[in-house]
Design a protein around this ligand. Structure first.
Ligand SMILES: [Zn+2]
Length: 414
């Protein structure tokens, strides 16, 4: 069975331009989920899919599926999201969908041992209501309808009402889980949205998984006092303790491989020129791909802050704001992705993903991998978002090469 065929990567780039023309403009992309522009983009996609022999359906969560049956019901899924943030770029999301479309177009009509499916997830961005990965989390059955029921957009429209306008019943969204009954593997192509590949002068990379996150508020409490009357060795300066801790957190992350530690907000009191600060609160956001490394980073940070607090004569307390576990992708698929990237680009690089993606929801349930293509200047979620066309073409060809390999791999299992 010769299943590969030949993708027309140029056509994919032209279709990206076509979609940008249709639903973008000088201010960027406008394909915000559950709006008219998104429906327009969806209709455009359905028209393209309509030219391919396949079954097209929209599920209970508003996700759009195209299915080309193979000799077995076991399905390889190619995913993406055509929705964008307001004033978004021309690639975030729709490159995944259009790359998948081109791969699907070539592979769907050919005889295959396994079923091939394309999914365009509804509302990956959460741009209107603030809940990202809405359609894919419903499909993964991790969405709690009560958690999002009260969400409103900036005009006061409630999420359930906006969904209903698009034929989606919030309380039935999780029924879309039945779509995954025969799912065997999931692939997604995305722009990197960061500077790593560009800095290495590489067009493509293989994603190892999505970072786990530990996010805390760290509060230091001392005693503020007069900046003139208080000798340096008699101070209980909460800001100094926080600042020294922030440096320690940063240095710990810098010593390790591919992790992040970020101090985001910093608040002090009394915040006047004539006193040092007796109170300081700051955030610490730590990310790593390995759960043990992440736990170790947090333990080190707590110990460093405790020691510094003691030296500065202040108290320190931690409050967890948010946490998510790392979601590693499948080792076999990472290998296959590496092969596919090397085939078209000569060289590959493995890297973690900072942002979350729909693929993270799928990776909880089935073998998953993502490909990244270089983002110029690391910019995304802005109309400045860009990637050279020749690299986009390589990305589409790599996705196709990966899909062909993954079909064989899925077929060989069980
Ligand atoms: Zn995206």
């Amino acid at each position: 069975m010769e299943i590969a065929g030949q993708v027309d990567s140029r056509r994919a780039v032209e279709e990206l331009r076509e979609l940008a023309e249709l639903t973008g403009g000088p201010d960027g992309a406008r394909r915000v989920a559950w709006t008219e522009e998104w429906v327009k983009a969806r209709d455009w996609l359905k028209e393209k899919l309509g030219e391919i022999e396949c079954e097209i359906e929209t599920d209970e969560a508003g996700n759009l599926w195209a299915t080309a049956p193979g000799n077995s019901e076991k399905a390889l899924i190619l995913g993406g999201h055509i929705d964008s943030v307001p004033n978004g770029g021309w690639l975030d999301g729709c490159l995944d969908t259009i790359g998948a479309l081109e791969t699907f177009r070539v592979l769907a009509p050919r005889e295959r041992p396994v079923t091939l499916r394309l999914v365009d997830w509804a509302d990956e961005e959460g741009a209107r209501f603030g809940r990202s990965l809405l359609g894919s989390s419903a499909c993964a059955n991790t969405l709690d309808p009560d958690e999002v029921r009260g969400l409103k957009d900036k005009d006061g429209v409630a999420l359930p009402d906006a969904l209903a306008e698009h034929g989606v019943d919030l309380d039935r969204m999780n029924e879309s889980h039945r779509q995954l009954e025969n799912a065997a593997a999931y692939l997604e192509l995305h722009i990197e949205q960061g500077p790593v590949l560009e800095r290495m002068n590489l067009p493509l990379g293989v994603v190892l998984g999505t970072f786990g996150v530990e996010r805390h508020a760290v509060r230091f409490t001392g005693q503020h006092a007069h900046s003139g009357s208080t000798p340096m060795d008699a101070r209980r300066d909460a800001f100094i303790a926080a600042a020294r801790s922030a440096v320690a957190f940063r240095d710990d992350a810098a010593r390790r491989d591919d992790v992040r530690a970020t101090t985001g907000f910093v608040n002090v009191s009394p915040a006047i020129v004539t006193a040092f600060n007796g109170w300081c609160e700051m955030s610490l956001d730590q990310r790593a791909l390995d759960a043990d490394v992440l736990a170790d980073m947090l333990a080190e940070a707590k110990e460093a802050a405790r020691n510094i607090a003691r030296e500065e004569g202040v108290e320190v307390e931690w409050e967890r704001m948010w946490q998510i576990e790392p979601i590693p992708f499948h080792p076999d698929l990472i290998e296959l992705a590496d092969e596919a990237v090397k085939e078209v680009a000569g060289k590959s690089h493995r890297l973690p993903s900072g942002p979350l993606h729909d693929a993270a929801e799928m990776a909880r349930l089935m073998p998953t991998v993502m490909l990244f293509v270089k983002s110029l200047r690391g910019l995304s979620h802005t109309k400045e978002e860009d990637t050279p066309e020749e690299d986009l073409e390589l990305a589409v060809r790599a996705l196709h090469g990966l899909a062909v390999r993954a079909i064989d791999w899925v077929n060989s299992r069980v």
